[in-house]
Ligand binder design. Structure first.
Ligand SMILES: Cc1ncc(COP(=O)(O)O)c(C=O)c1O
Length: 406
């Protein structure tokens, strides 16, 4: 009797090759499996939370404070927006995809006087036109999504930071899918609020929002006419309640202090381990690893006859957006690959949902260990769905890229 094999059957869960949440290293998972600690206990505050935020400064490349909060990337975006924007403040939102739209919606909710600066999906920004627009508007803040996860594109944050500075605007940067995978230089680029989440290249569990705050951003918060409308997510309350005087805050050094919102202790402990692993690896090594893994993935899909969606100058090292072959449904690729081969990738979002696929190379998955099986499974899946390409071509090309980089 012939048996049809389901290769996913022997796995208890699919391998996550989506653009976040991403796979976790075993020591990070182990940090979650501990009895509860009390979030207001001094040992947690001083032994876990504070050292984690101080270590994160290295990852963010900032001398300023990194605030950790319960939530996700969008909590970081929203708490940043509500902390510095007052109703009617002019904000220039750069939109190059779904996450630019998210920033626009958040700014709308906090009552910003909004101007959108958009670009075609997957295409470069016209920096000259942006500079002219910024000069004309003189906004209080300019926002950019560094790595637009919906289109697999990395935008020139340093240049946009320069434009923001030249018109005296605060620079708000969404680094949800770039930090710890692509070099992000908070201070050097003049980023005032660097906003991200825990579950992508930081390779920690989903559930924490992170914001690096510049001295300028604190000043703007302190000079507000009215306090921010959120109690738990007003960033200024961290300065008032938690940051010691020696670091520019309002709490006497060594005095008991409170966190403005109860911190999830397990997630913070897991973040502490994730940050330790990042710093032990070294940032330069980590960025190079993401760069080579993404290049290998791209050479693999191209050898299979597929094209990348975005303009080549913008190809991201953490998320690859790939045009699906004509006539092949992206939803069917994702389902077949997960159910038959045990590897989960994503479709594109919104307007390019039906025409693109997205594969993450984030944290530990930016490695041959994950990229090569993903390409193999993608090829098998496409073959099952009627697409023809030379067997093994994708894996061979990716292997060559890895070999050349070693
Ligand atoms: C660039 C970007 N910004 C914001 C978000 C929203 O983050 P979260 O899903 O963690 O709330 C995402 C999520 O994928 C993202 O990729």
């Amino acid at each position: 009797m012939s048996v049809t094999i389901n290769w996913a059957q022997c796995h208890t869960r699919p391998l996550l090759m989506i653009p976040g949440p991403t796979e976790l290293a075993p020591p990070v998972i182990q940090a979650l499996n501990q009895p509860p600690t009390i979030q207001y206990d001094r040992s947690f505050d001083e032994g876990v939370l504070e050292p984690t935020t101080l270590a994160l400064r290295e990852v963010f490349k900032t001398k300023g404070e990194v605030i950790l909060m319960p939530g996700s990337g969008r909590t970081a975006l929203e708490s940043s927006a509500l902390s510095i924007i007052e109703p009617g403040d002019r904000v220039l939102v750069i939109g190059a995809g779904q996450f630019g739209v998210l920033m626009r919606e958040i700014m709308n909710r906090v009552g910003a006087g909004l101007t959108e600066f958009t670009t075609e999906l997957g295409q470069p920004l016209d920096l000259k036109r942006l500079a002219t627009e910024a000069e004309r508007l003189r906004p209080k803040a300019i926002t950019l999504v560094h790595n637009e996860t919906s289109t697999g594109t990395t935008y020139p944050a340093a240049e946009v930071g320069r434009i923001a500075r030249s018109v005296g605007a605060l620079f708000l940067l969404d680094t949800v899918s770039s930090i710890a995978g692509i070099d992000v230089r908070t201070d050097e680029w003049g980023v005032d609020l660097n906003m991200t989440g825990s579950q992508k290249c930081l390779a920690a569990p989903l559930g924490l929002a992170l914001v690096a705050v510049s001295p300028r951003a604190w000043q703007v918060m302190e000079r507000r006419q009215r306090p921010a409308s959120s109690w738990a997510y007003d960033l200024l309350r961290w300065k008032e309640l938690w940051i010691p005087e020696s670091r520019g805050g309002r709490v006497k050094d060594g005095a008991p202090r409170r966190q403005p919102v109860s911190m999830p202790t397990h997630l913070t402990a897991a973040m502490q381990v994730a940050v330790r692993l990042i710093l032990e690896e070294g940032l330069a090594h980590r960025f190079r690893r993401h760069e080579v893994a993404a290049a290998a993935l791209r050479s693999g899909v191209q050898a299979m006859g597929l094209d990348m969606f975005p303009h080549p100058s913008l190809w991201s090292n953490t998320v690859s957006s790939i045009k699906a072959p004509t006539g092949v449904e992206t939803g069917a690729v994702v389902t077949r690959m997960r159910d038959q081969y045990g590897i989960l990738i994503g479709t594109g979002l919104d307007k390019i949902r039906a025409t693109t696929l997205r594969i993450g190379t984030m944290g530990i998955t930016a490695s041959p260990h994950y990229v090569l099986p993903t390409l193999g499974a993608l090829e098998l899946t496409l073959r099952d769905l009627g697409y023809k390409c030379e067997p093994g071509a994708g894996v061979a090309a990716a292997q060559q890229t890895f070999a050349d980089a070693s």
